[in-house]
Write a protein that binds this ligand. Sequence first.
Ligand code: ZN
Length: 241
Amino acid sequence: MISSFETDKLPQGYYKNVGTVLQRRDSSGEGQSLLLFLRDMGPIWVSAPASKTKCRFGGAIEPLVWAEFDLYQSPARLYLQGAEVKEDFISLRCSAEKLKSALKLYKRLSKTLMVRHESNNILTLLWSSMLLIKENCPVDIIEYRFTWKLLKESGLAPSLQYCVNCGSKLDSGARWTNDGLICASCSGTNKNDLDAEELRSLRFAALLNHDKFIEWSGSQERSSLYTDELNKLVTFFTDMD
Ligand SMILES: [Zn+2]
């Protein structure tokens, strides 16, 4: 869980990093506290002091915006000094569905990541997921993909290819257990939660590269498969507490 207590400070000086605003908290009169998620730094709380000149940082301190942030670590705290917007993802704000989906990804990260823990792979995952939303890929499949990959980064993702019990290939179908997916011979029944076709779709959703995913997901028919499976996936996060 991300806490607002920073244990050790950065060495005093100036920093410049690309990233995004995960969370924003208004602290009355003093400006705002921002949880930035930055390349090479991971998530980090910074102070964005209030200023007489309103909108000192423009739109750069809105959640979902990506920018290059100029920071200064004083002996007391880490300040935001300036920001140059790289991508505002403004088009997402015109669609309630896309906006909701993007905010879900941000919320998931706020719950999952550790402050001051470099997480460049996850920052890249967030960036590519935002681009997929912008590209009009189906949001349920993007959320599934993002969540599986996020679990994968933590070593917690259930395998979509091998039985968690015996290690054999999950070809014909699979059944859910608390530990992951198991094959028909381990479950001792022919009743599967996922058939071969569904397993194949889940693998594509999770494992295709960015461009192939855009192509493939555009041809997918609406189904509850991805939201159902997402609900299974999120239970694997509880082990991290
Ligand atoms: Zn098995």
